[in-house]
Write a protein that binds this ligand. Sequence first.
Ligand SMILES: NC(=O)c1ccc[n+]([C@@H]2O[C@H](COP(=O)([O-])OP(=O)(O)OC[C@H]3O[C@@H](n4cnc5c(N)ncnc54)[C@H](OP(=O)(O)O)[C@@H]3O)[C@@H](O)[C@H]2O)c1
Length: 294
Amino acid sequence: MEVLVIGGSGQIGRELCHLLEEAGISFMAPDREEFDLENHKNVSRQIKKWHPDIVINTAGYRDAGHATNEPSRCFSINRDAVSNLARACALQNSALIQISSWRVFDGKKKEAYSEKDTPNPESVLGNAFWQGEQQIHQHCPKHIILRLSWIISEKGHNRVTRLLKSFEEEKLAGTCPNHKGCPTTAIDVARVLLGITQQISCGIDVWGTYHYNASETIDEYSLAEIVLAEASQYRDIQIETLPVDEKEDQLVINASLDGTKLKHTFGIKPRPWRSALAQLVRNYYQKDEQEEAV
Ligand SMILES: NC(=O)c1ccc[n+]([C@@H]2O[C@H](COP(=O)([O-])OP(=O)(O)OC[C@H]3O[C@@H](n4cnc5c(N)ncnc54)[C@H](OP(=O)(O)O)[C@@H]3O)[C@@H](O)[C@H]2O)c1
């Protein structure tokens, strides 16, 4: 089996490459210079040349705030490039595993979203993800779309590293008790992608859309309190109360997803995130100390 990973330098892609290597699965992970998703001709040419059994696309436009100011760029990556990739995969009979997001939903539902819920994206980013998904449905029958909630990692830009940096700089960003989601480590997502990949290679024929996030929903404000408590074990942080983002908090947004279908189909159970978060914060500060020692 030959796997092509797109976005191998990203939070999820990096962890996925480690796991594929550990599992002894042959893969390639070209960087953006060699494999720019927006270079449609080159993407089609390379997929034809490499002829991978499975393409895992972890690359994508992901900044919801910036997407509002540059919608064409967001659509170019998350819809048009994905459409081209889906066609290229179909031509070579390669399976496509594509990462998508909870943002295809409007976030107004009280419970976790299941695959049966109808998407109703309200943001540019959510719309681009949803239209990208539709392109895959249309052009590449052998596909898995994996929608995710909040991704966290010790490296890269995410809710937790943003908070940790803001504690250091004493420039606290407000968080919202009304925004809910499931913090899911990039390593955990990589584990899920590996499980799906292995089962596809065994001939399982269950194409479609799946949801995954770690177990236990939390609101953004409570998550910030937990991160602060963890960080206080490693640094002397003089913060008594965390600010609430009053402007953003007017809106209730639920980013949590129901992973039952994935569990029943692939036998992949959600993992809890709390102990992983503690490890993540530890690694974040240990990495700093190692860098200082060099
Ligand atoms: N983070 C979240 O909370 C979250 C939640 C749900 C879904 N997602 C989605 O999950 C996916 C992966 O997230 P992540 O956090 O791992 O992202 P990330 O850390 O920002 O990594 C993105 C990766 O995509 C690559 N990339 C970007 N544009 C590209 C292009 N035109 N051609 C080829 N490669 C390109 C980047 O390459 P460079 O290193 O060259 O920039 C990087 O390797 C994204 O689609 C994201 O929207 C994220």
